[in-house]
Design a protein around this ligand. Structure first.
Ligand SMILES: Cc1ncc(COP(=O)(O)O)c(C=O)c1O
Length: 386
């Protein structure tokens, strides 16, 4: 059986052995040098000025939205566009923080929202928290242009697309900030973990505070002094002074250590995933039982799972049976968010999302793991053939 998650880490044995040694030899294991080192290296790799390590991809989203609100870039009641095809914790922070999600349908061929769909619904939208779904994306440069034209803040949930590249730019580098997940089975695993990237100094300082209680301890000394002066507190009371709404989303040194252990393999993992994707997509696009996948506009598709959509529910049943017992399959993320119980509880909407429903009813995904063997890739390709 080819499972969705093959192992906890790439190079599992070496990583677990070095983790055991690290734990035995490290005295203080709360957030420290390993986390900082991973942040610096990740920011460089992602070509962003800052990277902030947090406890999960979900908390990356939560901390980002809270920080954007603390900075006054969004306020309660503002409308924020999101994709109908996404993960629950992409949308939950919006509801939790009093923002109004505006759900946009996806293109079936890209699994993502297009600039045309965005522009159609742009009236009154203050931000677009886009999800780059499973290594794929819409016409990102056009989406960015539409956002700029209408003064819409672009934020990227890139939890499923680390390493994908379009128009010569990494996904996650189009908006003011982007989020990443390092949960097991994602592109890079720290067991649990997430990252927020940005180039913006003020947003970064806010993210640092929102990650840990709203205090100033992890800020640069000059920023601390400025805040303390404004709040009228001295260095003694600053230890327990809380400047804005926040969480505790700190990682531990284990997260940092694992990030530093896995990061040197990132290029190798991405290369393998990009090459697996090409083989899978070629097989999908050669079989007229499936909807075509449009990836010609993307330079490199780095996904952790491969989505496919059959043309009819009957065909979907046939392929689900074919995969059963050989390759683990799951729905294409959470399907249409509007149908999720949590969403229905808090939002009453009669809007319809035919493309996302089509993907949910006729689609499934399977692993695109960096450690799939050639035989395993061949087996999956054979299942994708008519
Ligand atoms: C688009 C998207 N956003 C956020 C998350 C949440 O990440 P985590 O599982 O690290 O909390 C996921 C998880 O897979 C995701 O797919």
């Amino acid at each position: 059986m080819i499972k969705l998650v093959k192992s906890t880490f790439y190079k599992e044995k070496e990583t677990k052995e070095s983790l055991a040694k690290f734990i035995l030899n490290t005295e203080i294991m709360s957030m420290g040098d390993e986390c900082k080192k991973f942040e610096t290296a990740f920011a460089k790799k992602q070509k962003r000025k800052y990277a902030l390590l947090v406890s999960s991809g979900s908390m990356a989203n939560q901390v980002l939205i809270q920080s954007v609100m603390n900075r006054g870039l969004l306020k309660k009641g503002d409308k924020v566009a999101v994709s109908a095809l996404t993960w629950a914790t992409n949308i939950m922070p919006l509801l939790q923080l009093g923002l109004e999600p505006v759900i946009l349908d996806v293109d079936i061929a890209t699994f993502n929202v297009s600039s045309v769909e965005l522009e159609k619904h742009i009236k009154g939208i203050k931000a677009f928290f886009i999800t780059n779904v499973l290594g794929l994306c819409g016409d990102m440069s056009e989406i960015k242009k539409v956002c700029d034209k209408h003064n819409v803040l672009l934020l990227e949930d890139n939890c499923e697309s680390l390493g994908s590249e379009i128009d010569g730019k990494l996904l996650g580098n189009f908006g003011l900030a982007s989020t990443f997940s390092f949960f097991v089975g994602h592109h890079l695993s720290t067991i649990e973990g997430g990252m927020i990237c940005t180039d913006d100094d003020d947003l970064y300082n806010m993210l640092v505070m929102v990650r840990a209680h709203g205090w100033d301890r992890n800020l640069a000394p000059e920023t601390q002094q400025k805040l303390r002066k404004e709040a009228g507190c001295d260095d003694f009371y600053a230890k327990y002074t809380f400047y804005d709404l926040a969480y505790n989303a700190r990682p531990t040194e284990i997260t940092g250590f694992l990030g530093n252990s896995q990061l040197p393999y990132l290029d190798e993992m991405i290369t393998k995933r990009v090459s697996n994707f090409k083989r899978f997509a070629e097989a999908v696009n050669a079989n007229d039982d499936f909807m075509k996948i449009d990836h010609a506009h993307i330079n490199a598709v780095s996904n952790m799972a491969m989505p496919i959509v059959c043309k009819t529910p009957e065909k979907a049943e046939i392929y689900k049976k074919k995969f059963a017992g050989a390759v683990e399959i799951r729905p294409v993320i959470a399907g249409n968010m509007l149908n999720q119980p949590f969403y229905k509880k808090y939002v009453h909407s009669s809007a319809t999302y035919p493309n996302t429903d089509f993907v949910h009813q006729n689609g499934f995904y399977f692993a695109n793991n960096a450690e799939l063997t050639e035989e395993e890739v061949d087996l999956i390709v054979a299942l994708l053939n008519k």
